[in-house]
Design a protein around this ligand. Structure first.
Ligand code: NAP
Length: 196
Protein backbone atom coordinates (compact mmCIF):
# COMPACT_ATOMS: atom_id res chain seq x y z
CA UNK A 1 0.00 0.00 0.00
CA UNK A 2 1.05 3.61 -0.52
CA UNK A 3 0.50 5.21 2.89
CA UNK A 4 0.75 8.87 3.88
CA UNK A 5 1.56 9.41 7.57
CA UNK A 6 0.90 12.92 8.87
CA UNK A 7 2.88 13.68 12.02
CA UNK A 8 5.40 11.03 10.98
CA UNK A 9 8.25 12.56 13.00
CA UNK A 10 6.31 12.54 16.28
CA UNK A 11 6.37 10.11 19.19
CA UNK A 12 3.47 8.02 17.87
CA UNK A 13 4.08 8.82 14.17
CA UNK A 14 7.68 7.62 14.17
CA UNK A 15 6.64 4.29 15.75
CA UNK A 16 3.87 3.96 13.16
CA UNK A 17 6.18 4.66 10.19
CA UNK A 18 8.74 2.20 11.56
CA UNK A 19 6.03 -0.48 11.81
CA UNK A 20 4.91 0.19 8.22
CA UNK A 21 8.34 0.55 6.59
CA UNK A 22 9.43 -2.42 4.52
CA UNK A 23 5.87 -3.75 4.08
CA UNK A 24 4.48 -0.57 2.52
CA UNK A 25 5.51 2.57 0.61
CA UNK A 26 5.42 5.23 3.34
CA UNK A 27 5.29 8.98 2.67
CA UNK A 28 6.08 11.12 5.72
CA UNK A 29 4.38 14.48 6.25
CA UNK A 30 4.39 17.21 8.88
CA UNK A 31 5.07 20.94 9.03
CA UNK A 32 8.81 20.27 8.66
CA UNK A 33 8.78 16.80 7.03
CA UNK A 34 9.70 15.50 3.56
CA UNK A 35 6.14 16.45 2.55
CA UNK A 36 5.07 19.71 4.17
CA UNK A 37 1.59 20.19 5.58
CA UNK A 38 0.00 22.30 8.28
CA UNK A 39 -3.19 20.62 9.48
CA UNK A 40 -4.60 23.97 10.56
CA UNK A 41 -4.49 25.26 6.97
CA UNK A 42 -6.94 23.63 4.51
CA UNK A 43 -5.01 25.02 1.51
CA UNK A 44 -1.88 23.25 2.66
CA UNK A 45 -3.84 19.97 3.11
CA UNK A 46 -5.15 20.27 -0.45
CA UNK A 47 -1.63 21.04 -1.75
CA UNK A 48 -0.30 17.94 0.06
CA UNK A 49 -2.89 15.68 -1.58
CA UNK A 50 -2.11 17.22 -5.00
CA UNK A 51 1.60 16.51 -4.42
CA UNK A 52 1.13 12.91 -3.23
CA UNK A 53 -1.39 11.19 -5.55
CA UNK A 54 -2.77 7.62 -5.60
CA UNK A 55 -2.80 6.96 -1.88
CA UNK A 56 -4.21 3.75 -0.41
CA UNK A 57 -4.16 4.99 3.18
CA UNK A 58 -3.79 8.22 5.14
CA UNK A 59 -2.85 7.97 8.81
CA UNK A 60 -3.05 11.10 10.92
CA UNK A 61 -0.81 10.96 13.98
CA UNK A 62 -0.85 14.73 14.53
CA UNK A 63 -3.16 17.27 16.11
CA UNK A 64 -2.52 19.80 18.87
CA UNK A 65 -4.86 21.12 21.54
CA UNK A 66 -4.51 23.16 24.72
CA UNK A 67 -4.52 21.78 28.27
CA UNK A 68 -5.85 23.65 31.29
CA UNK A 69 -8.91 24.16 33.49
CA UNK A 70 -11.85 25.99 31.98
CA UNK A 71 -11.18 29.37 33.60
CA UNK A 72 -7.61 29.40 32.30
CA UNK A 73 -8.55 28.79 28.66
CA UNK A 74 -8.72 31.78 26.32
CA UNK A 75 -10.68 32.25 23.11
CA UNK A 76 -7.38 31.64 21.31
CA UNK A 77 -6.89 28.30 23.12
CA UNK A 78 -10.30 27.14 21.89
CA UNK A 79 -9.81 28.50 18.37
CA UNK A 80 -6.33 27.00 17.95
CA UNK A 81 -7.36 23.62 19.35
CA UNK A 82 -10.55 23.37 17.31
CA UNK A 83 -8.75 24.51 14.15
CA UNK A 84 -5.89 22.07 14.61
CA UNK A 85 -6.74 18.74 16.25
CA UNK A 86 -10.47 18.78 15.36
CA UNK A 87 -10.97 20.63 12.06
CA UNK A 88 -7.46 19.80 10.84
CA UNK A 89 -8.31 16.10 10.93
CA UNK A 90 -11.89 16.62 9.72
CA UNK A 91 -10.48 18.54 6.75
CA UNK A 92 -8.07 15.67 6.04
CA UNK A 93 -11.16 13.55 5.43
CA UNK A 94 -13.17 16.22 3.57
CA UNK A 95 -10.30 16.91 1.19
CA UNK A 96 -8.57 13.51 1.26
CA UNK A 97 -11.55 11.42 0.18
CA UNK A 98 -11.43 13.16 -3.22
CA UNK A 99 -7.84 12.01 -3.72
CA UNK A 100 -7.74 8.62 -1.98
CA UNK A 101 -7.79 5.50 -4.18
CA UNK A 102 -11.04 3.49 -4.30
CA UNK A 103 -11.08 1.15 -1.30
CA UNK A 104 -8.61 3.38 0.54
CA UNK A 105 -8.71 4.08 4.26
CA UNK A 106 -8.18 7.15 6.45
CA UNK A 107 -7.32 6.85 10.16
CA UNK A 108 -7.59 9.80 12.56
CA UNK A 109 -6.14 10.10 16.08
CA UNK A 110 -8.40 10.80 19.04
CA UNK A 111 -7.14 9.92 22.56
CA UNK A 112 -7.91 8.30 25.88
CA UNK A 113 -8.92 11.66 27.39
CA UNK A 114 -12.20 11.22 25.51
CA UNK A 115 -13.03 8.64 28.18
CA UNK A 116 -10.91 9.79 31.15
CA UNK A 117 -11.84 13.44 31.63
CA UNK A 118 -10.28 15.63 34.29
CA UNK A 119 -10.54 19.40 34.81
CA UNK A 120 -7.34 20.06 32.85
CA UNK A 121 -8.49 18.18 29.76
CA UNK A 122 -11.72 19.97 28.99
CA UNK A 123 -10.65 20.87 25.43
CA UNK A 124 -9.05 17.50 24.64
CA UNK A 125 -11.95 15.50 26.07
CA UNK A 126 -14.39 17.58 24.02
CA UNK A 127 -12.38 17.31 20.80
CA UNK A 128 -11.60 13.61 21.14
CA UNK A 129 -15.28 12.80 21.62
CA UNK A 130 -16.20 15.02 18.68
CA UNK A 131 -13.68 13.17 16.53
CA UNK A 132 -15.11 9.80 17.57
CA UNK A 133 -18.57 11.02 16.55
CA UNK A 134 -17.21 12.33 13.27
CA UNK A 135 -15.50 9.03 12.50
CA UNK A 136 -18.64 7.00 13.24
CA UNK A 137 -20.94 9.17 11.16
CA UNK A 138 -18.70 10.22 8.25
CA UNK A 139 -17.68 6.57 7.80
CA UNK A 140 -21.25 5.85 6.69
CA UNK A 141 -20.82 8.18 3.73
CA UNK A 142 -17.35 7.51 2.33
CA UNK A 143 -17.25 7.30 -1.49
CA UNK A 144 -15.77 4.52 -3.65
CA UNK A 145 -15.67 1.90 -0.88
CA UNK A 146 -13.29 4.07 1.13
CA UNK A 147 -13.20 3.58 4.90
CA UNK A 148 -12.65 5.85 7.91
CA UNK A 149 -11.42 4.76 11.35
CA UNK A 150 -9.91 6.25 14.49
CA UNK A 151 -7.19 5.30 16.93
CA UNK A 152 -7.68 6.27 20.57
CA UNK A 153 -4.19 6.05 22.07
CA UNK A 154 -3.65 5.67 25.79
CA UNK A 155 -0.95 7.76 27.45
CA UNK A 156 2.33 7.03 25.68
CA UNK A 157 5.21 5.83 27.84
CA UNK A 158 7.77 7.99 26.03
CA UNK A 159 5.56 11.07 26.45
CA UNK A 160 5.07 10.38 30.16
CA UNK A 161 8.85 10.10 30.57
CA UNK A 162 9.51 13.28 28.56
CA UNK A 163 6.92 15.25 30.53
CA UNK A 164 8.03 13.90 33.93
CA UNK A 165 4.62 12.28 34.55
CA UNK A 166 6.14 9.11 36.02
CA UNK A 167 6.68 5.54 34.89
CA UNK A 168 3.20 4.80 33.43
CA UNK A 169 2.04 4.61 29.86
CA UNK A 170 2.13 2.28 26.88
CA UNK A 171 5.23 2.16 24.64
CA UNK A 172 4.69 3.86 21.26
CA UNK A 173 5.69 0.66 19.49
CA UNK A 174 2.62 -1.05 21.00
CA UNK A 175 0.34 1.87 20.15
CA UNK A 176 1.51 1.61 16.51
CA UNK A 177 -0.25 -1.78 16.35
CA UNK A 178 -3.65 -0.06 16.63
CA UNK A 179 -2.89 1.99 13.51
CA UNK A 180 -1.94 -1.19 11.65
CA UNK A 181 -5.24 -2.77 12.76
CA UNK A 182 -7.15 0.29 11.56
CA UNK A 183 -5.99 -0.18 7.95
CA UNK A 184 -6.68 -3.93 7.81
CA UNK A 185 -9.59 -4.70 5.45
CA UNK A 186 -13.09 -4.75 6.89
CA UNK A 187 -13.34 -2.15 9.63
CA UNK A 188 -15.20 1.11 9.04
CA UNK A 189 -16.28 3.77 11.56
CA UNK A 190 -14.39 2.02 14.36
CA UNK A 191 -12.04 3.28 17.02
CA UNK A 192 -9.05 1.18 18.00
CA UNK A 193 -7.34 1.28 21.38
CA UNK A 194 -7.65 -0.15 24.89
CA UNK A 195 -10.78 1.93 25.63
CA UNK A 196 -12.66 0.36 22.67
N1 NAP B 1 1.56 11.18 23.38
C1 NAP B 1 0.50 10.77 24.08
O1 NAP B 1 0.59 10.35 25.26
C2 NAP B 1 -0.86 10.78 23.43
C3 NAP B 1 -1.92 10.11 24.06
C4 NAP B 1 -3.17 10.14 23.44
C5 NAP B 1 -3.35 10.81 22.25
N2 NAP B 1 -2.30 11.44 21.67
C6 NAP B 1 -2.53 12.13 20.38
O2 NAP B 1 -1.70 11.56 19.39
C7 NAP B 1 -1.31 12.57 18.45
C8 NAP B 1 0.22 12.57 18.32
O3 NAP B 1 0.78 12.74 19.60
P1 NAP B 1 2.38 12.67 19.79
O4 NAP B 1 2.61 12.66 21.27
O5 NAP B 1 2.97 11.61 18.93
O6 NAP B 1 2.78 14.10 19.24
P2 NAP B 1 4.25 14.71 19.01
O7 NAP B 1 5.30 13.78 19.47
O8 NAP B 1 4.22 16.10 19.54
O9 NAP B 1 4.36 14.77 17.40
C9 NAP B 1 3.47 15.56 16.65
C10 NAP B 1 3.73 15.31 15.17
O10 NAP B 1 2.78 16.06 14.42
C11 NAP B 1 3.47 17.04 13.63
N3 NAP B 1 2.66 18.26 13.69
C12 NAP B 1 2.48 19.11 14.74
N4 NAP B 1 1.65 20.09 14.39
C13 NAP B 1 1.29 19.87 13.10
C14 NAP B 1 0.47 20.56 12.18
N5 NAP B 1 -0.18 21.71 12.51
N6 NAP B 1 0.30 20.06 10.93
C15 NAP B 1 0.95 18.91 10.58
N7 NAP B 1 1.76 18.22 11.40
C16 NAP B 1 1.92 18.70 12.66
C17 NAP B 1 4.86 17.17 14.25
O11 NAP B 1 5.88 17.51 13.30
P3 NAP B 1 6.21 19.03 12.87
O12 NAP B 1 6.62 19.75 14.11
O13 NAP B 1 7.28 18.86 11.83
O14 NAP B 1 4.96 19.57 12.29
C18 NAP B 1 5.10 15.74 14.71
O15 NAP B 1 5.49 14.94 13.60
C19 NAP B 1 -1.92 13.88 18.97
O16 NAP B 1 -3.17 14.07 18.33
C20 NAP B 1 -2.14 13.61 20.45
O17 NAP B 1 -3.20 14.38 20.99
C21 NAP B 1 -1.07 11.43 22.22
Amino acid sequence: MKILVIGASGTIGSAVTEALDGEHEVVKASRTGEVRVDLSDPASIEAMFQAVPELDAVLSTAGSASFGPLDSLSDEDFALSLGNKLMGQVNLVRLGRKHLNPGGVITLTTGILAHNPNPHTVILTMINRALEGFVESAALDMPNDQRLNGVCPPMVKETAEKMGWGPGGVPAVDIAKYYLQSIEPGSNGRSFGPAH
